[in-house]
Ligand binder design. Structure first.
Ligand SMILES: [Zn+2]
Length: 239
């Protein structure tokens, strides 16, 4: 999937000026994503396609397409007789280990990305920044968009590394959406998205300045702080 395609499918906001109206698949995707991220559809719960279709006043076809996108992102899975279910939550230990792996890879990727990023990617970064700033609106759609914007930022960094194996490794983790879903259930850290948004500002500034040292450092700090926040939220401190 190209970066532009990712932006197009994951930031569909009908009201936002300057953006094309979302397709039915995009509407279905955003609705389901928001329900999953805010745990209105609980982990393991069946997703009734006919009910969702009625709620949105659209046919089942775009909903099935949105579900197959969410399946690729490991947020839902398909079973033979039941249809789609929300994926189970990651355990706190899995979340901790995921950050450890990311800390080994992403700071390096960020340094390379700061050297390589072209103007088109840099302008996408500015769009991502806007979406992250919108999280202060504190509604659930903004929250889901923030999670998506976070996923895109880290994806662009991975791609910007110029190392396809790094890019694929990070992509395969599909970590971001899962992590945000866990975070939402842990109201112990209600300000985490705002704090993370500030950390992201430093990363984006370093990338825009083509500063590899600052990019590496800001990504390392962001991931270390995120790991600590998650450990506190899930009660998994390992000092
Ligand atoms: Zn992040």
């Amino acid at each position: 999937m190209s970066d532009l395609r990712i932006i197009a499918h994951s930031l569909p906001t009908a009201e936002a000026p300057g953006r094309p109206a979302p397709t039915l698949v995009e509407r279905a995707y955003e609705h389901l994503l928001s329900m999953l991220m805010t745990v209105k559809i609980a982990p393991g719960e069946r997703i009734p396609i006919d009910t969702v279709a009625r709620q949105l006043g659209i046919s089942q076809t775009p909903i099935r397409e949105a579900l197959s996108q969410l399946e690729a992102e490991k947020l839902v899975y398909k079973t033979t007789n039941v249809g789609y279910r929300a994926s189970p939550q990651m355990t706190p230990e899995e979340v901790h280990d995921l950050y450890t792996l990311r800390l080994l890879i992403e700071p390096y990727a960020a340094a390379r990305a700061a050297e390589h990023m072209d103007d088109e990617t840099l302008s996408i970064l500015q769009t991502i920044q806007k979406d992250m700033d919108a999280v202060v609106e504190r509604n659930e759609q903004a929250y889901a968009r923030f999670a998506e914007a976070d996923a895109q930022l880290h994806r662009l960094i991975a791609k910007g590394s110029g190392n396809r194996l790094i890019e694929e490794t990070i992509e395969r983790l599909h970590a971001h959406l899962q992590i945000f879903r866990s975070l939402y259930q842990n109201s112990a850290q209600p300000n985490a998205p705002e704090i993370a948004a500030r950390e992201h500002q430093l990363i984006i500034a370093a990338l825009l300045a083509h500063d590899p040292v600052a990019a590496e450092q800001s990504v390392r700090e962001h991931l270390s702080c995120s790991q600590l926040r998650m450990d506190r939220a899930t009660g998994t401190r390992r000092d």
